[in-house]
Design a protein around this ligand. Structure first.
Ligand code: GUN
Ligand code: ZN
Length: 451
């Protein structure tokens, strides 16, 4: 299979900008607070509406109330579907789209045999531009409006990702992936070269359009102490940057890191030594963690990107969610493409639910908690919760319209219930790429599915 078949980008600014108000009428769901702390925080209404003015949320309530506020607004009747906040993916790898579904490996052998050869192909900027289109299409068509993305080990390829995200209108936080040992020689940069390349990318992309920059050592295994110092310097120079990396994913990886950093108390301490962990940090996985690390993560205000499909696909283990929540550690969701099984954040929420039933400390995630993990929790992890993540008046109108295709099981379920919790549970269980009809960021239509 060699033909590239990414549909053309169909981004349009809805002709509603300016002072006019547009009302979308449908079932509406959002979680304006952390549902683990405030279990009643789910807003769920079957005949609801969201009003949009100048790209912001002007109202969100039942339809009659919203209509009364804006009697002159244009109303789009979208009943039969649901409106949710844009989905947020806090851990995904740009170069790995095409290897999704290479099942049967564990982390270190998957990296060697599958992921790293694919990442080496990013040396070719033309190839990177094509993959960047495939990748950004994957995000948009699954309803992911904001993502924290591992770029490539190559600056030009990482720039191609930023350009594609800008063209598509996506909110993307991304960066050059930094490694200087133990991968493949072509994926290594010297710390000096890495520092200059990052500065250049920050200059060109950080804070522009809907883009932000993240400092990304791949993981402690492939980053020497001088490379971690580079990360520290970049964050000191520009404190508005996000920091992201991997941690405690797999027992063999953890043992290797312990051998490489014999003076460090544990995996987290490797990053702590260089002041890399704080409110701005999003660490992927943390499956095999300790109480001490959980306490420190909580004290730092750092977040974990929980990637339940990847944890299953790579046999990494069952994430101890209850221990994280009990320790007060923030948790959001990530797809971890291509170790994960697809771009769907709704699917990650479902997989989190299924795996937590089986965890050592089992818990039943409610639809409200699943929605929170898929939306507002991601916004909190990225310190964007005052701008996105729910439909509080004044926030950016980042939203998805979910409407099941005729003949789908989701269509059948929604046709037979008016109960908002059951509707939401069904969307979280059965919703997929085919159900995503419209994706808006700041009111702009960045993806349109079936007519
Ligand atoms: N650890 C280091 N690199 C990777 C990666 O690409 N995917 C996952 N899941 N873990 C990693
Ligand atoms: Zn990853």
């Amino acid at each position: 299979m060699t033909t590239a078949t990414v549909p053309r980008v169909r981004t349009k600014t809805i002709a509603m900008r300016g002072d006019s108000v547009e009302i979308l009428r449908a079932a509406v769901f959002h979680t304006p607070k952390n549902t683990f702390e405030y279990p009643e925080a789910l807003f769920a209404i079957t005949d609801g509406a969201v009003a949009i003015k100048s790209g912001r949320i002007a109202a969100c309530d039942d339809y009659i109330a919203v209509r009364a506020l804006f009697p002159d607004a244009v109303v789009r009747d979208l009943r039969g579907g649901c409106i949710l906040p844009g989905l947020i993916d806090t851990h995904v790898h740009f170069p790995q789209v095409r290897i999704t579904g290479s099942l049967g490996h564990s982390l270190l052998d998957w990296l060697d045999a599958v992921a790293l050869p694919e990442e080496a192909a990013m040396a070719d900027p033309d190839h990177a531009r094509v993959v960047a289109r495939e990748f950004t299409h994957g995000l948009a068509s699954h309803g992911t409006t904001t993502s924290l993305v591992f770029g490539a080990h190559f600056a030009d390829a990482t720039a191609a990702l930023f350009e594609a995200a800008k063209h598509r209108g996506l909110r993307v936080v991304a960066g050059l992936v930094l490694s200087d040992r133990l991968l493949r020689p072509e994926l290594h940069q010297t710390p000096d070269v890495a520092f200059r390349a990052c500065r250049n990318l920050i200059e060109n992309f950080h804070g522009r359009s809907r883009l932000q920059y993240a400092v990304i050592p791949r993981f402690a295994f492939s980053a020497s102490e001088p490379m971690l110092e580079v990360c520290q310097s970049l964050l000191r120079e520009e404190p508005s940057l996000i920091f992201t990396t991997h941690i405690n994913e797999n027992p063999d990886e953890i043992a290797q890191v312990a051998g490489l950093f014999p003076a460090a108390e544990d995996y987290l301490a490797v990053y702590e030594k260089y002041d890399l962990i704080g409110r701005h940090s999003v660490l992927a996985h943390n499956v095999h963690t300790t109480d001490s690390q959980l306490q420190r993560l909580s004290a730092h205000g750092a977040s974990i990107a929980h990637c339940p499909c990847s944890n299953g696909a790579l046999g990494s283990g069952i994430f101890p969610l209850t221990r994280h929540l009990d320790a007060g550690v923030r948790v959001a969701l990530g797809t971890d493409i291509g170790g994960g099984t697809g771009f769907g954040i709704l699917k990650e929420a479902l997989q989190a639910h299924l795996m937590q039933r089986l965890a050592a400390q089992p818990r039943v995630l409610s639809p409200a908690e699943m929605l929170y993990l898929a939306t507002r929790a991601g916004a909190e992890a990225l310190s964007m919760e005052t701008e996105i993540g729910d439909f509080t008046v004044g926030k950016a109108a980042d939203l998805i319209f979910v409407k099941p295709p005729a003949g789908s099981t989701l269509h059948t379920v929604l046709a037979h219930t008016e109960d908002p919790e059951r509707i939401l549970g069904a969307v979280l269980t059965l919703g997929d790429q085919d159900s995503i009809c419209e994706v808006r960021i700041e009111g702009d239509l960045i993806y349109e599915g079936r007519p």
